[in-house]
Ligand binder design. Structure first.
Ligand SMILES: *[C@@H]1O[C@H](CO)[C@@H](O)[C@H](O)[C@H]1NC(C)=O
Ligand SMILES: *[C@@H]1O[C@H](CO)[C@@H](O)[C@H](O)[C@H]1NC(C)=O
Length: 407
């Protein structure tokens, strides 16, 4: 398991020791992406098979769109010495991705040099699309020829043969990419607002010939163990089941009718949830984190509502929770775009959005907590300090770089 269901995290598994000079290699692995508990299969963000000259990147790589491999600053930098095959379930505008379900070849950057909608070419030459976040296991093959520098990537449903025609082919000189003459090999993945689980079920890697075939018998067992269990079948007699189902159906229909009448108005507001994905925090979690939104936890009040300090019970992480006023129509629109945009962004001068929740008409945004409070206080408020111009200029530059990134 590379990521569990924590938001905005990355998880990795790399070889403990480095391999020497890169020559040819052949590798195959089976992966499984389990999207958050929803039927629409929306997931974030994805996973990647990677070769890297160092494993030092783990200290400053970011989750979300960077898949735990790079960050905003090191974008495209040759010193990264990184090669990756990404399986991405989000369309990130900043990397010009083709869609929200693609396979890409990345060199030193998350901007792919070649990419294709996930799927495979069947033996009749027809392209069959596959949904990476369907909750179904799939197999990937990556082959690199150190002489011709040809690299090919194939994808297929679990237990199907390797397709004859690869999904992606590119020419990449990995000797010049991994210029340190040694490399580590492994996997990295990340979550964003959505708390997906990413698994590598089995892996085979060879630098001296074809990758060894995987042991599908034991892999199938692992897949069964990690996948969410379907509803367990009971041994209650049929007649009783039919009776219970009939009565329940009537009750459910009645409740639905009542709820429909009550919530008809509120409903339209939540269509965006399909696009953004299910909430990342429960209302209960946030109530207990903020001591029931007590005034003692109040950090401030803005145009859209009040902001409370809180501590998440599970991770003991401090967060700031913005409670969007339900009466503000404008606030609701702004809120939706805030989730859609900020969830994909990551910059040291922007407060990180960790997730969201909703409760009836109330909408809650969860951000990183800034222990030193608002800059405003230092410039104009009680804690006002005589800041020199070097300091002020740095603040201005920081704000400008955040704005520039946003634009
Ligand atoms: C690439 O990264 C190195 C080391 O972090 C840095 O010194 C250099 O300025 C970066 N180059 C570019 C073009 O960003
Ligand atoms: C590949 O890169 C290496 C190292 O930069 C270089 O010596 C070699 O000539 C390159 N090969 C080709 C075919 O460009």
């Amino acid at each position: 398991m590379l990521t569990n269901s924590d938001p905005q995290r990355s998880g990795r598994a790399f070889s403990r020791r480095s391999f020497g000079y890169i020559t040819s290699f052949s590798t195959t692995f089976v992966f499984l992406i389990i999207p958050p508990d929803s039927k629409d299969g929306v997931s974030a963000h994805g996973l990647a098979f990677a070769l890297s000259s160092t494993v030092g990147f783990v200290f400053d790589a970011h989750p979300g769109p960077y898949l735990g491999l790079t960050n905003m600053k090191s974008r495209g930098n040759g010193t990264n010495q990184l090669f990756a095959v990404e399986l991405d379930t989000i369309k990130n505008p900043q990397f010009s991705y083709i869609d929200e379900n693609h396979v890409g070849i990345d060199v030193n950057s998350m901007v792919s040099i070649n990419s294709h909608t996930a799927g495979y070419y069947a033996s009749n030459g027809m392209f069959s699309p596959l949904k990476l976040a369907s909750g179904q296991p799939m197999q990937v093959w990556v082959d690199y020829d150190g002489t011709s520098h040809n690299l090919s990537v194939s994808l297929a449903p679990y237990l199907e043969h390797k397709p004859q025609r690869p999904l992606l082919s590119s020419t990449v000189n990995l000797t010049s990419v991994l210029a340190n003459n040694s490399f580590y090999v492994g996997f990295s993945s990340s979550t964003g607002l959505l708390k997906s689980r990413h698994y590598i079920i089995g892996w085979s890697f060879n630098t001296t010939g074809k990758a060894q075939p995987l042991n599908y018998t034991s892999l199938s067992q692992v897949i069964e163990d990690v996948r969410p269990k379907p509803q367990t079948r009971s041994h209650i007699p049929r007649a009783i089941i039919v009776l219970v189902v009939t009565i329940s159906t009537v009750i459910v229909l009645l409740i639905c009718a009542v709820l429909y009448a009550l919530r008809k108005k509120a409903r339209n507001n939540f269509e965006w949830e399909i696009e953004v994905g299910p909430p990342s925090f429960t209302y209960k979690e946030l109530v207990s984190a903020t001591k029931g939104f007590s005034d003692a936890m109040l950090l401030g009040e803005g145009g859209f509502g009040k902001v409370y300090k809180g501590m998440l019970q599970t991770s003991k992480q401090n967060v700031a929770t913005k409670r969007v006023s339900p009466e503000s129509r404008q606030g609701m629109k702004e809120f939706i775009s805030e989730i859609m945009i900020l969830g994909h962004l990551r910059h040291r001068n922007l407060v990180q959005l960790l997730g969201y929740s909703r409760h009836r008409n109330e909408l809650l945004l969860v951000y990183d907590y800034m222990p030193n409070g608002s800059l405003d206080r230092f410039l104009h408020g009680q804690d006002r300090q005589d800041l020199d111009w070097v300091y002020r200029f740095n603040i201005i530059k920081g704000i400008a770089s955040g704005l520039f990134y946003l634009h």
